[in-house]
Design a protein around this ligand. Structure first.
Ligand code: ACO
Length: 427
């Protein structure tokens, strides 16, 4: 028998259906709440509100579980590559070898970015933050690809997906090339997607560039770990913007902006800046732990805590191991790494952090790896965006194909009641 939930308000009882997900997540379906009772729910930050039903990613914050399309993140990070996971997230199944080859070939058809985009990038100052430039360039892609995608048309949708994956990587790396004053590179269709990232970023016309497979493997894993995380801030933004039937590039551009904030993707840059600050001020980890606990001090330990993981972040476990492997393989010794380890231990043993279930999140370690790989600090959040792209696309596609209504939350007005207008000379 299907469950229902009863709500009593002003002496009247209302019954609502209860929806149970595949993993027994229970949701009270309040779709008709306002119609029948006149009331709405109030849930700032959406801590208790499900915005959609989704078949893409399952996560259990209490148990520290993360799965894409039913596959454990641990298995995917170990056994699959990034484009394979991209395919899985967007199309729902692991690709056969031939599917994956076709997908990569189709992406390669769209790796050339319109030369006129370079005029736009020219207009930015070299000091512009790469995330701001990336959001603008992603949005600008709409102007160069004005045909709006019809999600009902499989061919149209597939083409738009391949185009987005091909071009986004190129423009993401251009944000760095611009900041360095380097010539903008072209995608090399004879190389793999992640190899191309390294080439686009670092190869210079002055000499050959050798791509290190250790680095490519590490990046592949990092991108997989970031590829989706259900209804987080940037993904919800992509779905929300897309719900007005704005195009894929416009929706992704909004996702980039949402990701930029230091409470979301921007945390990986903030972690490194924090470690650097601790290092420069003498390496006193305890002092910063005290600052983080002081309610009169706005300082927070960057890379600690998570809205949904209140036990541990499963991605952090994988990434910590990867960080150890990469640093050993590359022979990197980094004082910031020592500080990070001390900070981690101090926080894990501190009552404040224990009582609030504040554990290191994925961003705590990702910055350390990026640094070891030679990625500049203000590109860290761009790295996150490259990794998150398949998730944004998969969620946008699902939202459109499910014909979800336009996102339009309500509010409870707390401002002034009706007042008489006051003429200027009487104010
Ligand atoms: N350092 C110190 N105290 C913290 C931290 C932190 N990093 N995070 C949370 N707290 C404290 C809060 O002050 C609050 O304490 P109180 O109960 O005494 O008032 C309590 O823990 C709960 O914190 P909230 O902010 O309510 O938790 P919320 O779930 O809303 O926020 C968030 C989660 C934004 C990630 C937060 O933990 C944070 O700011 N962390 C640092 C930034 C960061 O690393 N962000 C990356 C997130 S992962 C990602 O986007 C991929």
């Amino acid at each position: 028998m299907s469950k229902t939930a009863i709500l009593e308000l002003d002496g009247k009882k209302y019954e609502f259906p209860v929806f149970v997900g595949t993993e027994n997540e229970v949701a009270i379906d309040i779709n008709k709440l306002r119609d029948v009772s006149g009331a709405i729910t109030l849930d700032p930050g959406y801590k208790n509100s499900g915005a959609c039903k989704s078949e893409i990613t399952f996560l259990d914050g209490e148990e520290g579980i993360l799965r894409y399309r039913g596959y454990a993140i641990e298995d995917l990070a170990e056994k699959a590559n990034f484009l394979e996971v991209t395919y899985l997230l967007i199309f729902g199944e692991l690709p056969k070898k031939s599917d994956l080859e076709r997908f990569e070939t189709d992406i390669r058809k769209y790796t050339l970015v319109n030369e006129e985009m370079k005029n736009i990038i020219d207009g930015f100052p070299k000091t512009a933050h790469p995330m701001g430039v990336l959001a603008a360039l992603t949005s600008a892609l709409t102007a160069f690809n004005p045909k709006s995608v019809n999600p009902e048309n499989e061919k149209d949708l597939y083409e738009a997906i391949c185009k987005t994956i091909g071009k986004f990587l190129v423009i993401a790396t251009w944000t760095y090339r611009k900041s360095m004053g380097y010539p903008l590179n072209y995608y090399d269709n004879t190389k793999g997607y992640v190899d191309n990232f390294m080439n686009l970023m670092f190869s210079l016309p002055t000499g050959p560039y050798k791509i290190d497979p250790v680095v490519v493997n590490a990046l592949d894993k990092l991108f997989i770990l970031h590829a989706d995380h259900e209804q987080n801030c940037s993904t919800s933004t992509v779905r929300m913007v897309g719900s007005s039937h704005a195009g894929l590039f416009a929706s992704i551009s909004a996702g980039v902006s949402a990701l930029w904030g230091p409470l979301h993707g921007g945390a990986n840059q903030a972690v490194l800046e924090m470690l650097d600050e601790i290092n420069k001020s003498g390496g006193d980890v305890e002092k910063f732990i005290l600052k983080a606990k002081d309610k009169n001090d706005p300082f927070r330990l960057m890379g600690f805590g998570h809205r949904v993981y209140k036990n541990f972040d499963p991605r952090a476990k994988i990434i910590k191991k990867a960080a150890d492997e990469v640093l050993t393989a590359l022979g990197v010794e980094d004082p910031l790494l020592d500080i990070a380890m001390k900070l981690e231990q101090a926080a894990l043993n501190d009552e404040y952090f224990k009582a609030r279930s504040l554990y290191p999140n994925v961003d705590f370690y990702s910055g350390i790896i990026y640094r070891a790989l030679g990625i500049p600090t203000d590109m860290f959040t761009v790295m996150f965006a490259i990794g998150r792209l398949p998730g944004w696309i998969a969620q946008w596609k699902e939202m459109r194909l499910n014909k979800e209504p336009i996102g339009r939350p309500r509010q409870v007005y707390t401002g002034s009641p009706l007042r008489d207008f006051v003429d200027m000379d009487k104010r």
